[in-house]
Design a protein around this ligand. Sequence first.
Ligand code: PNS
Length: 163
Amino acid sequence: MSTRPRVAVFAGSFDPLTNGHVDVITRSVALFDRVIVAVLANTSKVPLFSADERVAIIRAAVAAWPSVSVDTFHGLLADYVAAVGAQTVVRGVRSAPEFAEESQMALMNKHLNPACETVFLASAPEHAHIASRLVREIATLGGDVSTLVPPAVADAFARRMRS
Ligand code: PNS
C-alpha cells in the first residue's frame, strides 16, 4: 500500500472566503493528509481584496488546522497541482448547473495533468446560497454579511467600510 501523503489543492478566487469555502476546507481536512488552499493571484477581474489580503484572511480562518496551508498561484491550476506534488483538486458544488461546469473543468485539468483527479463535495444545504459575488455586493451596499463569512472576513469588510 502506498504511504504517499494524500495532498489536495482547494483553489479559488476567495474574494472573499465564505462559510461555504470554510465548510469545504473542514471536510477536506478529514479526507486528506494535507490541504493547500490556493488563491488565484492573476484573476482577469479586479478583485475587491488583494491577493495578500485574501491570503491573510484565509490564514486567520484556517489557523486551527495544522494540515492546511495557504498559498497563491498564477497560471494553470493543473501545473500548480503538479508543482506542489498534489494529486487532487477539491471543488465545492452548490447546484446541478454548477456541477456541469465543474465537471468540464475537472476533465480539462485531467487532460492537462493526467495525474490530477477532482473530488467534488456537495455544498451543505445551509451554504448552498452563499457565493463570494453576492457577499461582495451585499457588503458594499451596507448589508450584514456576518452570518455568511468567517469573522476574519467580516472584520476586513468593517475595516474597508471605515477607510
Ligand atoms: O473560486 P473560483 O473563482 O470559482 O475558482 C476558479 C479557479 C481559480 C479554480 C479557476 O478559475 C482556475 O483553475 N483558474 C486557473 C487557470 C486555469 O487553470 N484555467 C483552466 C481551467 S480548466
